[in-house]
Design a protein around this ligand. Structure first.
Ligand SMILES: [Zn+2]
Length: 473
């Protein structure tokens, strides 16, 4: 469209009224630049269809800019490559390495899912092909071009230039600031990707850019505030003391990127400060182990908060590689079932929808001295949410189990800006943007955040629908 009209447009092909599948397409002077290519997650059939359709013909894209490694921002990239992407994928160095781990894992999951589906539907003859496989993911990794934070990259034959600014969300996460031609002039577009909190256990607070003309911002927590992180240690200490006294297991379902490392860092700090933690810790998820190794390698990264860097200077092993049991093999994982508590097991997936955590739950959920510690957002319909909501019985691998374990929730952890952080971000900009596109939030959260901004005197918000395009002026 932009090609024929000479207009500069931004179009939204995901995370528009939902939180997954971030995909935004910028078109200027016949060039096409894709901002993120995330995977849609949620109801199966709808997600399959959305994941299979792409926002543009991959061969026609001139550049892809990736804000961070989370699958809901990166998980569609291998399909883009499989379908003919020629252009480079630009991101920060840490994002490139994290995405290498996460996209390979995603490919293995796609293949395993398709295999399982085809086996179950063998008699009906229904078959699905995996969205992509490990070869596609491997080829995708060759297209990544790492950029330093703050360095200017000239893209699409010099039509646009882009800079990655710290977003404070996860290791390597960036906002993308783009200078784009509009008529004979240039405009500055800022895409926040996912924004972090102003105060976090690990991450540097998000940068506040200047002179933004068009802002595309996330609103995951557009209507909620988090609890302050400072109280987390005391809560965790009480839970651990009880488990030690009762010789119980503490099972922590955790996302592999960021959440697990935050918990590990808190445990490390408690150990250092002498808070008697006579309890073995197991990190039982191969992806979490790989990602934690990357965190350790990137200890000096620009992404991290200065307080963490100071701590890492004093404690050369902030992720406890010398005393935490990092479990990779299936055999070591299974051996934990035969081992008595007390112990802490940090395992994935974060919402108990798959992975090794299910085995630990299956083996321990009927014991009164077990604690299931929820440390992350649990989407409706997941096992984690049912446990959090106090279910007495749950099904795991199709078999019913009584829930005798205590289920505790700690709300301190989030790698997303909350409502107050988001407001502070917008008000911190050097001048109000011409338009603020609210994305990456469900319909209610985005609408509430638009109202909040309105009350602050900021009226120029737009809530784009899926597939909607806007001309930049
Ligand atoms: Zn994210």
């Amino acid at each position: 469209m932009a090609e024929t009209t000479g207009k500069t447009t931004i179009s939204f092909f995901g995370a528009a009224g939902e939180v997954t599948g971030s995909r935004h397409l910028l078109e200027a002077k016949g060039k096409k630049i894709l901002l993120d290519c995330g995977m849609f997650q949620g109801h199966r059939q709808e997600s399959i269809e959305k994941n299979r359709s792409l926002p543009a013909r991959p061969a026609e894209l001139d550049a892809v800019l990736l804000s961070h490694a989370h699958i809901d921002h990166s998980g569609g990239l291998p399909l883009l490559v499989k379908k003919g992407l020629k252009a480079n994928i630009y991101c920060t160095g840490a994002t490139k390495e994290l995405a290498s781990i996460m996209l390979m894992d995603s490919a293995r999951l796609q293949v395993a899912d398709a295999k399982f589906f085809n086996k179950v539907h063998l008699s009906s003859g229904m078959r699905i092909e995996p969205l992509y496989n490990e070869d596609d993911a491997r080829l995708t990794l060759t297209k990544f071009k790492a950029c330093d934070f703050g360095a200017e990259a000239h893209l699409a034959g010099g039509t646009v230039s882009a800079k990655f600014l710290n977003a404070g969300h996860v290791l390597g996460s960036a906002m993308v600031q783009i200078s784009v031609p509009v008529g004979g002039e240039r405009r500055r577009l800022l895409y926040t990707g996912d924004l972090g909190r102003r105060a976090s256990i690990l991450m540097r607070s998000p940068e506040i850019p200047r002179d933004v003309d068009y802002l595309i911002m996330e609103t995951t927590y557009g209507d909620r505030n988090h609890e302050p992180v400072d109280d987390a240690e005391a809560r965790l200490e009480a839970i651990i003391k009880r488990a030690v006294a009762e010789k119980g297991k503490i099972i922590i379902p955790s996302f592999a990127l960021e959440r697990a490392q935050e918990i590990i860092l808190i445990l490390d700090k408690m150990r250092r400060s002498g808070a008697a933690l006579d309890i073995p810790v197991y990190v039982d998820s191969p992806m979490t182990v790989s990602i934690t190794e990357l965190f350790n390698k990137y200890k000096d990264s620009f992404s991290f908060d200065e307080r963490f860097k100071e701590y890492a200077k004093m404690d050369k092993d902030p992720f406890g590689f010398d005393y935490i049991n990092y479990v990779r093999t299936k055999e070591e994982s299974q051996a934990l079932n035969e081992t008595d508590g007390p112990m802490i097991i940090i395992s994935a997936s974060g919402m108990c929808e798959g992975g090794r955590v299910l085995h630990h739950l299956r083996n321990n959920i009927d014991k009164e001295n077990t604690t299931i510690l929820i440390v992350g957002y649990q989407a409706a319909g997941t096992l984690g949410r049912r446990l959090q909501d106090g279910a007495n019985k749950v099904k795991i691998f199709g078999l019913e189990h009584d829930v005798a374990a205590r289920v505790e929730t700690m709300h301190f952890f989030s790698s997303h800006a909350d409502k107050n952080d988001l407001i502070a971000f917008v008000k911190g900009l050097s001048r109000p943007p011409k338009k603020i596109f609210l994305v990456h939030g469900d319909t209610a959260d985005r609408a509430a955040f638009a109202q909040t901004l309105k009350a602050e005197g900021i009226n120029n918000t737009v809530l784009p629908d899926f597939g909607q395009s806007f001309d930049l002026e």
